[in-house]
Design a protein around this ligand. Structure first.
Ligand SMILES: [Zn+2]
Length: 417
């Protein structure tokens, strides 16, 4: 592996302290979404460390390494576009922002990392002016063609200056599952400050560390997500930028996210009680304490031991155990739990993943239609957060005598009885 593929970040992204402590070590992993075709099987896939560090000064939690973004995003074949649940999520999102910020019609809403423009489409429907920014050129072009003007750029202070000149200041700036993917957050905020109007709000949705720990979603810890935020360190970070964290909201997407709303420290917006409440919850949970990470690591390792015992027992009896799920999180789970040599094939509904091979272990990905032909004795649901809909959709397999194994948050087996 070439060293230049990644670098080790030795300072906190929020406060720049060097006092970082390793709190969770995860098994090295390839780029988790690099599902490859048969013609690529001979190309070695580099493995990257992805351990979690806690800043002892401000309480921020971040990934130990930064993988060269050109590698991450060149391999980013399957940018997730709108799924059914997300449309409703975006609709609720825009309605709640419009009402809480009392947005007049024609206000400018800018979405950084706007993807296919779904969130902005929802704001536009409600009478707002919208502008997207997304570095994926194809996606930006498609979004523009569908009526959501999208600049094919990485957001930066330079881009912000040109936006300000052409479109004016924004009343709302959103960044969903984008903020945590940025290595240089100070420069990013410098850009936000250039285009945020005095009464404007900056809103970001992101993974929330406390939910991640509570719900055992450790398989969401990988290279794209450099930050695992909590309220306390963010308050100090935004204060440094002359801003206040004015609202906290729990969001039930992706196994536990949060919506943080930020405004200028100028009297237009006062912090809501939700911020203080969350600070107290974080303190009670001990989300910034080393002992909490130790307990988290112990729970992960216990889950792994229990699952391995079950799978090896079944293997000894000659049972075939297939997998279900071919996403990034499935790659992390497969590596950390060392499942690559246990599962002969996995099923996934995503047609773009079918007939490809999982990263590094090269397990073939099949369409769920194959379940009936292959009839594995067990299906281990790697995409365990979606276990309920997967089991419901494949009830015939259960009726025919198949069994599902759900590895997390608590190991269980589902059969027809
Ligand atoms: Zn820090």
């Amino acid at each position: 592996m070439k060293k230049s593929n990644f670098y080790k970040r030795s300072t906190c992204r929020l406060c720049h302290s060097k006092d970082l402590k390793l709190v969770l070590r995860l098994t090295k992993c390839p780029l988790p979404d690099a599902y490859i075709s048969s013609s690529e099987l001979h190309i070695p896939q580099p493995l990257f460390p992805h351990d979690l560090l806690l800043c002892k000064k401000c309480g921020n939690t971040q990934l130990s390494v930064v993988v060269d973004p050109t590698i991450v995003y060149t391999n980013y074949l399957y940018k997730t576009v709108t799924s059914l649940g997300l449309v409703k999520h975006f609709d609720d999102y825009s309605s709640s922002v419009i009402s809480s910020a009392s947005l007049p019609k024609k206000s400018l809403v800018i979405d950084i990392g706007s993807n296919d423009g779904s969130l902005l489409a929802s704001f536009k429907k409600k009478g707002m002016r919208v502008l997207g920014i997304d570095p994926a050129v194809n996606i930006a072009r498609q979004a523009t063609e569908s009526g959501i003007e999208t600049l094919p750029e990485y957001f930066s202070p330079q881009v912000a200056l040109s936006i300000k000149k052409k479109y004016g200041l924004a009343q709302v700036i959103t960044a969903n599952n984008t903020f945590a993917n940025i290595d240089d957050l100070d420069t990013f905020m410098d850009g936000v400050k250039i285009i945020l109007s005095p009464a404007g709000v900056f809103i970001m949705e992101t993974f929330y560390l406390m939910s991640l720990m509570k719900h055992m979603v450790f398989d969401s810890i990988y290279h794209e997500h450099m930050e695992y935020f909590t309220t306390k360190p963010l308050i100090a970070f935004f204060q440094k930028h002359g801003m206040d964290l004015i609202d906290y909201q729990d969001i039930q997407t992706k196994g536990g996210s949060a919506r943080f709303t930020v405004a200028w420290k100028n009297g237009y917006h006062k912090p809501s009680p939700s911020v203080k409440k969350q600070l107290i919850k974080e303190k009670l949970f001990g989300v910034h304490r080393l002992s909490s990470f130790k307990a988290f690591e112990k729970r992960i390792n216990t889950s792994k031991t229990q699952l391995m015992k079950l799978l090896l027992d079944l293997k000894k009896k000659g049972k075939i155990i297939a997998g279900f799920g071919a996403s990034s999180t499935c790659t992390i789970l497969t590596h950390h739990f060392d499942l690559g040599n246990i599962i002969p094939y996995v099923f996934d509904e995503n047609t773009l993943k079918q007939n490809r091979f999982t990263p590094h272990f090269h397990v073939p990905v099949l369409a769920p239609g194959e379940i009936d032909k292959r009839k594995p004795d067990y299906i281990l649901i790697l995409a365990w957060r979606y276990a309920d809909p997967i089991v419901t959709k494949n009830s015939k397999y259960l009726k025919d005598g198949g069994k599902f194994i759900i590895p997390l948050p608590k190991l269980r087996i589902i059969d027809h009885s």
